[in-house]
Design a protein around this ligand. Structure first.
Ligand code: SF4
Ligand code: SF4
Length: 87
């Protein structure tokens, strides 16, 4: 997992823009489950682990309901140098 999202379910209006925008299908609408405003709202899907942290969902959301977190990836340079030395 390279990214993860948090959705403000109470502010969501169920427009599904984020569902359409996500390239890996990591978001779905709840269907019959509704929030306090009466909307079916967005939630992480069964593919949520595929999130890349691309932020497309957060960008398209008209109500700013989605926060994207990205996993920090670092390259261990000393390990790379060791591999080069052996080769
Ligand atoms: S950050 Fe990108 S991959 Fe992750 S849920 Fe949002 S649109 Fe999908
Ligand atoms: S784009 Fe925003 S308002 Fe629309 S379904 Fe997704 S989280 Fe809800």
């Amino acid at each position: 997992m390279l990214g993860a999202i948090v959705i403000n379910e109470d502010r969501c209006k169920g427009c599904s823009e984020c569902v359409v925008a996500c390239p890996v299908g990591a978001i779905e609408l709840t269907g019959l489950k509704i929030n306090a405003s009466g909307y079916s709202y967005a939630q992480p899907s069964a593919k949520a682990d595929c999130c890349t942290g691309c932020t497309a969902c957060a960008v398209v959301c008209p109500d700013g309901c989605i926060t994207v977190y990205r996993k920090k990836v670092t390259v261990d340079e000393s390990e790379d140098e060791g591999k080069e030395a052996k080769a």
